[in-house]
Design a protein around this ligand. Structure first.
Ligand SMILES: Cc1ncc(COP(=O)(O)O)c(C=O)c1O
Ligand SMILES: [Zn+2]
Length: 372
């Protein structure tokens, strides 16, 4: 399996065995490899995300850090008479889809002999990384914004990670982590491209669950875009391999309070009407995602779009889900809020998959408050 890291700015290429998370020119790195999908072998393996082993960019003899995660349910639902499918991608060991990315990223770190990592997070990626590092016996230091839910902080600490609370925004937290990243392996889910090669397995699973067919649209929450980009790469790879005919339309959902990505999408100052940079959906409270250009490209090239939702719409989506027996945290309900808002457009689709990303059990106090 030939795997390299290629800079998205200057095109420089590096061995995947180097502990790099960014190019010397400062550019984002992407993983280049040749995924394969030997269907018979895949189907003969246990139902977890590692059954797509030949499509995950780690040498086949690598030791994998895993809890047998993945193969989350795909359920039929209806809202106001319109059918859609929900992927319950919060049913993971730490309660969020981030475990997909952490499993691949920590496996990668272990395979190149890394003994300690740092990461910044709004909470869930930090919890995932802390859990997988604990399993791999790798030291872990997580920077979080001061506003992160107490229960998520407790989760991170419980796994033995060192926690650093930063007074400031999600961006301020990243800046502080970046300073330390000069001297450590930066296991950042937004910078480090191996994370996305874990989140992409959700696209493989959706296709397998649809008998190796792609849906016509997929709705995902977008903060730093690791899920959206993973979904995009996953469908692209299956399309290139001839497993599916086309890539679904991707619809990204963001909080209306976080302007820059939305302004770039609409080409105007569309969110000036929402001056508050706060949202109940802490997982997507990201002002300027480092992969913004890639996010916009994924939406454009699939003929998808960006949907903006308010906190009230997110709360309404949480209530609808809870009434249907599904308890998610606010960020986990963002995609459903987007589906509800854009139903007039989405109901024209042949089949829509809406991805739910974070368990309500992560922060029951907040969830109960919002459901009232
Ligand atoms: C529950 C949940 N959903 C969605 C997201 C957004 O993911 P991304 O930042 O990769 O776009 C996050 C990020 O923290 C999250 O915690
Ligand atoms: Zn470069």
């Amino acid at each position: 399996m030939k795997i390299s890291l290629v800079c998205s700015v200057c095109g420089a290429s590096f061995s995947a065995n180097e502990p790099l998370w960014r190019c010397e020119c400062g550019g984002l790195l992407d993983v280049v490899h040749h995924p394969e999908f030997p269907i018979d072998r895949i189907m003969s393996r246990p139902q977890n995300m590692w059954r797509y082993r030949e499509a995950i960019p780690l040498p086949l003899d690598s030791e994998i850090v895993s809890f047998d995660e993945g193969h989350t349910p795909l359920l039929d639902m209806r809202h106001n008479g319109v059918s859609f499918l929900t992927k319950l991608d919060f049913l993971f060991p730490t309660g969020s889809f981030k475990d997909r990315g952490a499993s691949v990223l920590v496996s990668k770190a272990k395979s190149i002999g890394i003994s300690g990592v740092i990461e910044d997070s709004s909470g869930n990626a930090g919890a995932s990384l802390a859990a997988y590092c604990a399993r791999a016996c790798i030291r872990c230091k997580i920077f979080v914004p001061h506003s992160t839910s107490e229960s998520k902080l407790e989760q991170i600490s419980a796994f033995g990670a060192q926690l650093v609370r930063v007074h400031g925004s999600r961006e301020d937290t990243a800046v502080q982590a970046l300073k330390e990243a000069e001297a450590a392996y930066y296991a950042s889910h937004s910078w480090n491209p191996f994370f996305i090669h874990g989140t992409k397995t959700v696209a493989y699973e959706i296709c397998e669950q649809l008998k190796w067919n792609a849906p016509s649209a997929v709705v995902v929450p977008v903060g730093n875009g690791t899920l959206l980009l993973g979904v995009f790469i996953g469908f692209q790879e299956m399309c290139r391999a001839g497993l599916i005919k086309s890539i679904p339309r991707l619809v990204g959902v963001r909080s209306a309070s976080f302007a820059p990505v939305a302004n770039a999408w609409h080409g105007e100052n569309i969110v000036a009407q929402f001056p508050e940079s706060t949202t109940v959906a802490e997982g997507i409270a990201v002002e300027r995602p480092v992969r913004s250009d890639q996010i916009l490209n994924a939406l454009k090239s699939t003929n998808g779009w960006l949907c903006l939702v308010s906190d009230d719409e997110i709360r309404e989506a949480m209530r609808y889900l809870a009434c249907n027996g599904i308890l998610v945290e606010p960020t986990g309900a963002v995609s459903v809020a987007g589906f509800v808002k854009d139903t007039p457009r989405l109901m024209k689709e042949r089949q829509v998959v809406v991805i739910l990303t974070g368990s309500g059990l992560k922060d029951m106090a907040k969830v109960s408050r919002l459901l009232k």
